[in-house]
Design a protein around this ligand. Structure first.
Ligand SMILES: [Zn+2]
Ligand SMILES: [Zn+2]
Ligand SMILES: [Zn+2]
Length: 297
């Protein structure tokens, strides 16, 4: 099986690189701004954007690393490194969110004064930075870029909420609004992170990919013309998108070598049409000894 690299990979990683530097520099502005304005809403946005910076930075690095393809150290390639970055990012965001809530929840009952003007300025900057990042990535063709672009657009709405909250607090005395915004935003981030964290863990644990149905694959295996039975069917995913399958197919005892090759080719096509990128199929004749079926010792 050949593994072709597309010429757009270089552009793709440079687009992600630009979005990364936009996001990281804005995260620094937010952290300083959050402390100066004394706003937990801005700080929880800063935490969220720190997570975004980590995942952008990691995908920038991963996109470069993935061009290396397979080697003797990682025979499956480097796809799972991006999973590892999602995992690390998950830990950072979950721990950060807990600290954020520990600060924001008590503030509802004992509100601290916030600088509404500063919040408004930061919110406008937030809308500009996230929109620029999203536009930069929206030109991309890879799924990764599309997801990141969509994510940055979603973040614009978080800043719109800060803008509205800041404007209300500018005209009315409602300092608790800042904590409320912070808690909503932190819970929203947490909800997304925990889902991603769960999906990532399932892939590490080699569960059946969520978009695949083992029963369907079993039906395909047993439905192939000339196949009497099958066993040892395994399916797992490298990174959630690149799925791998192994199976043993048993054919009649007297079947010719040529017929067996035709069946195997057909099986590869069928599995490929069902989102299996990489299938390994072992062909056996009826009555042949299989060590995976019966212990051979
Ligand atoms: Zn291959
Ligand atoms: Zn975000
Ligand atoms: Zn077997």
């Amino acid at each position: 099986m050949s593994h072709v690299h597309h010429p757009s990979e270089h552009e793709s990683s440079s687009r992600i690189g630009v979005a990364f530097f936009l996001n990281l520099s804005f995260t620094v502005i937010e952290l300083i701004g959050g402390i100066l304005t004394n706003s937990v809403a801005v700080l929880s946005d800063a935490l969220h954007d720190l997570g975004d910076s980590i995942s952008l930075g990691m995908s920038y690095y991963m996109q470069k690393l993935s061009t290396k393809g397979r080697d003797h150290r990682f025979s499956y390639g480097y796809k799972r490194f991006s999973l590892l970055s999602a995992f690390i990012n998950g830990v950072v965001l979950i721990v950060g969110s807990v600290f954020m809530l520990m600060e924001a929840v008590p503030r509802i009952f004992h509100p601290k004064e916030v600088m509404a003007e500063g919040m408004i300025v930061l919110a406008i900057l937030g809308i500009i930075f996230n929109t620029l990042g999203a536009l930069r990535l929206s030109g991309g063709r890879t799924l990764n870029e599309k997801l990141l672009s969509f994510h940055l657009l979603e973040d614009v709405f978080g800043w719109v909420a800060v803008l509205i909250g800041g404007t209300i607090m500018y005209f009315f005395h409602a300092p608790y609004l800042d904590s409320v915004l912070s808690i909503i935003f932190t819970l929203w981030t947490l909800w997304k992170v925990i889902r991603l964290f769960k999906q990532t863990s399932m892939i590490f644990l080699q569960s059946v990919p969520i978009d695949l149905d083992v029963k369907k694959l079993e039906e395909i295996a047993s439905g192939i013309k000339g196949v009497n039975s099958f066993h040892d069917l395994h399916v797992w995913s490298m990174d959630g998108a690149y799925h791998i399958l192994t199976v043993h197919l048993v054919v009649a005892k007297n079947m010719s070598e040529k017929e067996i090759l035709t069946i195997r080719k057909h099986a590869h096509e069928l599995f490929h049409n069902h989102h299996i990128e990489h299938a390994t199929i072992e062909m056996e004749r009826e009555g042949e000894e299989c060590c995976l079926l019966h212990s051979c010792e």
